[in-house]
Design a protein around this ligand. Structure first.
Ligand code: HEM
Length: 398
């Protein structure tokens, strides 16, 4: 059990569950693995209960920047001062600057604006087809426009932000790709520094202005602002672009489920929830934690100084918690899934991502009731070298 297995994260067909992760969950739920990059071995924790334990126990720290981390990617993706690498209690200080923007109340206020953005995009989709690419017309620009409105990224800059995310948020398996990612990270950092300066001179009613005010009040520093802005602007688009495209792929390839949503549109929120659980969103592993003491996890001793990765994807497919986990069941009962993480580093944007997904699904089933894939299922193209899985395009007809 302690002999590490190499997890050589490779591209997978469509939304097929990663066989390495599936085997780990079944046969070795807390196991030693080796990753393609970085140094040494680490732990992979896969069961629902164990993942919740590791992500909420303060003996597992995120203070890992600069350490020789075993990694899935050649490059280090987040900015060094990202909120992801701050431990409690300091972590709450940084998060508190942005978290209030993403409350249920604020998302309900934002919903009509999101609906208006989406309606315009669907109008254009209808004008340009059938067939037409649902991602190009809808599932990419929709979350880009919405998150940009929240953060305060002007319309003319959004294409750049999208392209940066596309280049940075990859596994970058060769040196040239890693170098491109490094350059893009610098470009994004410079861009958000400039945007912050504009908001400092002329504040508006957006999150960038709130972050600039927080710097002025000494609550965060400039580097923390830049890391927050990059994380929200780039990941906030990228995660929802892929997750909602995967939702649409899952529904378009399961007509029974799509029919049910058409006849019972009130089920959309629970369909979104179940799809979030089911979709193997993250490919491979995310950011690790380091044990600051010896800790037993699921009956296995993890020693002080060892790196630990959790998989939220496997936790959501743990059959002790979700019977027949591979079945998409809108009526599923059970504990909440952890697609948005768990513990202090729980995602900042779940209510935004849910609201966008609900608006999207309910609008598409209403306005395009006969929507179907315009190509055979096995001809849908999938992105390669990814951290977050998703199709390249989704040709649809109606
Ligand atoms: C379907 C869409 C999304 C999914 C599945 C998702 C999932 C996650 C996960 C799994 C984590 C990491 C938990 C950990 O480090 O242990 C995370 C962190 C984070 N997410 Fe999301 N996310 C989504 C959308 C968004 C959006 C729309 C935003 C903001 C605009 C956002 C902002 C963040 C931030 C700032 C963090 C870091 C939180 C921290 O370390 O305290 N995410 N997300």
């Amino acid at each position: 059990m302690n002999c590490p297995r190499l997890y050589d994260v490779a591209d997978l067909p469509a939304l097929e569950f990663d066989p390495f992760l599936r085997k780990s969950l079944q046969d070795a739920p807390v196991s030693r693995i080796r990753l393609p990059h970085g140094e040494g071995d680490c732990w992979l924790v896969t069961r629902y209960a164990d993942v919740r334990f590791v992500t909420s126990d303060p003996r597992f720290s995120r203070d890992i920047v600069g350490l020789p981390i075993p990694k899935m990617t050649k490059h280090f993706i987040p900015l060094d001062r990202a909120v992801s690498f701050v431990d409690p209690p300091d972590h709450a200080r940084v998060r508190a600057v942005v978290a209030p923007a993403f409350t249920q109340r604020n998302m309900e206020r934002l919903r009509p604006q999101a609906q208006a953005i989406l309606d315009r995009l669907v109008d254009r989709l209808l004008e340009s087809g059938p067939p037409a690419d649902l991602i190009h017309h809808v599932t990419s620009p929709f979350p880009l426009d919405v998150v940009s409105e929240v953060v305060g990224i002007p319309a003319s800059d959004r294409g750049r932000v999208r392209d940066w995310a596309q280049t940075l948020l990859t596994r970058a398996s060769d040196q040239a790709a890693a170098e491109r990612a490094r350059q893009v990270k610098e470009a994004a950092r410079g861009y958000f520094r400039e945007l912050a300066a504009q908001r400092r001179a002329e504040p508006r009613n957006d999150l960038m202005s709130a972050m600039v005010a927080a710097v002025g009040a000494g609550r965060i520093d400039d580097e923390e602002l830049l890391a927050l802005a990059t994380l929200m602007g780039l990941n906030g688009w990228h995660a929802v672009r892929n997750n909602t495209s995967n939702m649409m792929y899952a529904l378009l390839t399961r007509p029974r489920l799509m029919d049910r949503l058409r006849s019972e549109p009130q089920l959309v929120p629970q369909a979104v929830d179940e799809l979030l659980r089911w979709i193997p969103h993250k490919h491979g592993v995310g950011q690790p934690r380091i044990a600051t003491e010896d800790v037993e996890v699921g009956g296995v001793l993890i020693r002080k100084g060892e790196f630990v990765y959790v998989s939220y994807v496997t936790a959501n497919w743990d059959e002790q918690v979700y019977p027949e986990p591979d079945r998409i069941d809108f009526d599923r009962k059970g504990p909440p899934h952890i697609a948005f993480g768990y513990g202090p580093h729980f995602c900042v944007g779940p209510l935004l991502a849910r609201m966008e997904s609900e608006v999207l699904l309910s609008t598409l089933v209403r306005r395009l009731p006969a929507m179907r894939l315009a190509v055979p299922q096995d001809q849908v193209r999938w992105q390669t070298d990814v951290l977050i899985r998703g199709p390249v395009d989704l040709p649809v007809a109606w």
